[in-house]
Design a protein around this ligand. Structure first.
Ligand SMILES: [Zn+2]
Length: 301
């Protein structure tokens, strides 16, 4: 008689254990080998700064992956088959917008993911033009960057409302740091004796717009594209005329043109980083903005 009753009991125990495991695996942090292991929102960002902003907002509440490898610039990127897979798997794609990711529409067409939500972080941001075209480098102005972070926060909340509190809390903490950076730049720039500078490629008009600086000339028409002799002569004249004492290069490009120009004119070369390449670390944008500020100070104080 006993055996008849113990069997269903054993089955019930197994059923309870299995149910408990299923329940546990619905919680964040459970790791299995299935394609959606954590049940977390899958967010794919386009390039370095979008990854950094998004990671700061998402924290542990969402899985964030990035497309453009950290050593490759966003302007010259050509997407790979593995990127199509990443977009196919994504719930959300975060882009800077304004055409910074020229390759993205084609990539989205290839991935044909009907359910993916695109967060355009440039939404509501006042864009500026350089040489008649909209300039894309909004992430180099902390106040516009703050708006980008807010757009990421709102987009994530809309898609994943159950983590609303986490996204709000994380974004608030990050925005506090961005505001501190903004105040620091404003204070430092107010001590500069001059405001005009020559950059490597046209990346700093938003920074200039915010703090009253003046990007009077750029050396390369687009990054990696060397200037022709005529425009080089023009730049050289501007530098002499305005008595510019330092010009800027970017870490990821050859500095040959800049170096020889600086040698000819007897001026210094410093780094001004548009943060299009670098380390996928949460504080990397802030650290590099501060480094840039230090170099601007050296050239302009
Ligand atoms: Zn750029």
């Amino acid at each position: 008689m006993n055996r008849i009753y113990t069997r269903p009991a054993a089955i019930s125990v197994i059923a309870i254990v299995v149910s408990a495991l299923i329940l546990l695996c619905a919680l964040p942090g459970c790791t299995t080998t299935s394609s959606k292991p954590t049940g977390k929102l899958k967010v794919t960002t386009t390039f370095l700064v979008m990854y950094i902003f998004t990671k700061n907002v998402a924290g542990d509440a969402a899985d964030v992956t990035n497309l453009v490898p950290p050593g490759v610039g966003v302007h010259e990127y050509q997407f790979k088959p593995s990127d199509v897979k990443k977009i196919s798997d994504a719930d959300v794609v975060v882009k800077s917008g304004l055409g910074a990711e020229m390759w993205l529409d084609n990539l989205l067409n290839n991935a044909a993911n009907q359910d993916v939500t695109i967060i355009d972080t440039s939404k509501g941001i006042h864009a500026l033009k350089t040489s008649g075209t909209v300039d894309v480098h909004i992430w180099l102005d902390p106040v516009r960057a703050e708006k980008q972070v807010e757009n990421i926060r709102d987009g994530l909340i809309k898609k994943d409302p159950k983590n609303k509190d986490a996204y709000k809390r994380n974004a608030a903490a990050y925005i506090k740091r961005i505001k501190a950076l903004d105040a620091e730049i404003e204070h430092t720039v107010s001590g500069f004796s001059r405001k005009d500078f020559v950059s490597f490629h046209s990346a700093f008009i938003y920074l200039s717009d915010r703090y009253g600086l003046d990007q009077i000339a750029v050396i390369e028409p687009s990054p990696g594209k060397e200037p022709n002799p005529r425009s080089l002569a023009e730049i050289s004249n501007i530098i002499k005329e305005k008595k510019i004492k330092a010009i800027f290069r970017e870490p990821q490009f050859s500095s040959k043109v800049v170096d020889s120009l600086a040698r000819d004119l007897g001026i210094k070369v410093l780094v001004l980083d548009p943060i299009e390449t670098g380390e996928l670390k949460e504080d990397y944008w802030e650290k590099t903005m501060r480094k840039n500020l230090g170099h601007l100070k050296e050239a302009l104080e």
